[in-house]
Design a protein around this ligand. Sequence first.
Ligand SMILES: O=C(O)CCC(=O)C(=O)O
Ligand SMILES: [Fe+2]
Length: 352
Amino acid sequence: MSASESPLARGNAGVVFAKQSLLGSILLVNSVGDFRRSRAFRTVGLFAGANRGSGVSRFDDEYDAISSLSATLSQTPRGLVCIKSTVSRSRPITLSVHFIQFHAYPFARLEIGVADVPDNAAVTMNFAAAEAYRAATIFLTIELWDMYAALLIERNSIAIALPKSDVTYYPQIGLTRSEKTTYYKQLTSLPYWKQPSLIIYGRPTRAPRLTCSFGSQPNKVYRYSGTTATLDSVDYPPPILHIKSIIEKILNTEFNFVLLNWYKNGNDCIGEHSDNERELKKLGVIACVSLGAERNFVLRNKVERRLVRKLALADGSMVVMKGNTQANWKHSVPREKKIVNGRISLTFRQLV
Ligand SMILES: O=C(O)CCC(=O)C(=O)O
Ligand SMILES: [Fe+2]
């Protein structure tokens, strides 16, 4: 079907379901046919395709190449519900159809299946058969996709074995390559960045990095190292909202404050400290998402000073500190003169 024949172009295809999910916007259209790229119909598709095997993968790295979307929604024997979705692309390649089957309410067991089908394989969207349970099923399925994504991200996480601490490294939180670069760019162009002044050993000092902060409660202030982070805005900029919603799903917790650090190059850094201010919830969670250049994150035991663990924080990764980590360990992002590119860290916190 050529683009001009596309149902969307003819205006007779409608969105039957759209939801912002852990994986981006999920969209089902009520007709098989060409899927035209437009702002209103952003990301389509789930999991299949290019980065298969890398954990959570999505189409949008390649979505210029996507030409059509179709999906099958059907109830299989034995009460299984199965959803298949496939996206055809302009380039002839083998597509993957990924489907989830859940065996029994309330989904004691979740099975993920992957099968390759030839490009442009005829796939029907059988809404007639699906009508009765369509809405509920789609909703549940998307919840399941989210669970699956969280599961994959969780499965790929690395518990950092350090005494008296609870530190986990998530190599990727599921952002696409293009999200990582656009979010970095969008965040660097925020108007709020400033160089905080800190009191270090009683002396006022300019911090070797830029910061800004956002939170849900306008009157909250957050003091650290002798400075006060007042909220720059109670409106989280869109990239932060997206990242916040992703990590809240992965970690199954909520954050009401985020402090951003922008290290313009390897000369910028943050000295050893622990985040144990009284404004922070006792034994709360601090989740630190990285965008941009890879930097080392160094944990050092407060008593056994030679006990040190260095983590390289990749673009799109997250390190999570919980429990008594702050009580027993300090962390820093040391100067690394050779690094020319910038990095932003988003440190999500829980203020009381
Ligand atoms: O940039 C980082 O990864 C760490 C930032 C940090 O420790 C903080 O803001 O408290
Ligand atoms: Fe910190």
